[in-house]
Ligand binder design. Structure first.
Ligand code: DC
Length: 215
């Protein structure tokens, strides 16, 4: 198990996929699970101020799975839909709620039972896989993350305002790091890698150095 945490737009997904390919491991995108779960709750008509009881009841009717890089919600592939900008917002909001975290904890650990994984998210190194073989905290400056996110969304055909994206990144950082349960934070035993100004190849090498250190 290689566990990678970091803020929104730090390059975790790209890097986790590359590292998994390099090591012959499976890749687990836990943000995708939170996005699909939030989408399921929104489709069931839940609002951001729903009670924990309402959320828990809705989760009884929600089945989320991650397989071969696709995300399934109640058996349907929602891999495209969960990348819409508002999905990230709802994922961030509902991921702060205890029933949602409880629900996904089991699903994430189950995924690690039969496969060697590179898992990325916000609490891989601290809560879900504290015993991971290697732990990495991947960071990048707010400006760099704004630039990457703007380019990514433009490439998908969204017309966007970079200042708005910047504000959303800062807001998401504050929510993901400030929540009571499983907040994003750097584990003491996680290697810190700041990817600001580095190419993908350079970041991949740094991560592989951490993975192979001491072998
Ligand atoms: O990595 P991402 O942008 O797809 O994640 C979407 C949201 O899901 C993120 O803002 C917070 C939440 N999340 C979480 O709380 N814990 C994780 N392990 C992964 C994501």
């Amino acid at each position: 198990m290689i566990a990678i945490d970091g803020p929104s737009g730090s390059g975790k997904s790209t890097m986790a996929k590359l590292v998994a390919g390099e090591l012959g491991y499976a890749y687990l995108d836990t943000g995708a699970l939170y996005r699909a779960t939030a989408l399921g709750l929104v489709r069931l008509g839940l609002h951001e101020d729903a009670s924990d009881e309402e959320i828990a009841a809705a989760l009884e009717k929600t089945a989320v799975a991650f397989a071969d890089g696709r995300v399934l919600l109640n058996g349907s592939d929602v891999s495209g839909e969960i990348r819409l900008p508002e999905s990230g917002h709802y994922a961030s909001v509902f991921s702060a709620r205890p029933p949602v975290r409880r629900y996904l904890l089991g699903i994430q650990r189950e995924a690690a039972r039969d496969a060697d994984l590179v898992a990325e998210g916000r609490d891989m190194t601290t809560v879900v896989f504290p015993g991971a073989y290697r732990k990495i905290y991947l960071d990048a400056s707010v400006d760099e993350r704004t630039r990457r996110r703007t380019e990514e969304l433009l490439a998908k055909g969204f017309s966007l305002n970079a200042e708005k994206i910047r504000r959303e990144i800062i807001e998401r950082d504050e929510r993901d790091s400030g929540r009571k349960i499983a907040p994003l934070r750097r584990a003491e035993d996680a290697a810190y890698i700041n990817s600001t100004g580095l190419s993908k190849e350079e970041v991949l090498l740094l991560i592989l150095n951490v993975v192979r250190s001491g072998e």
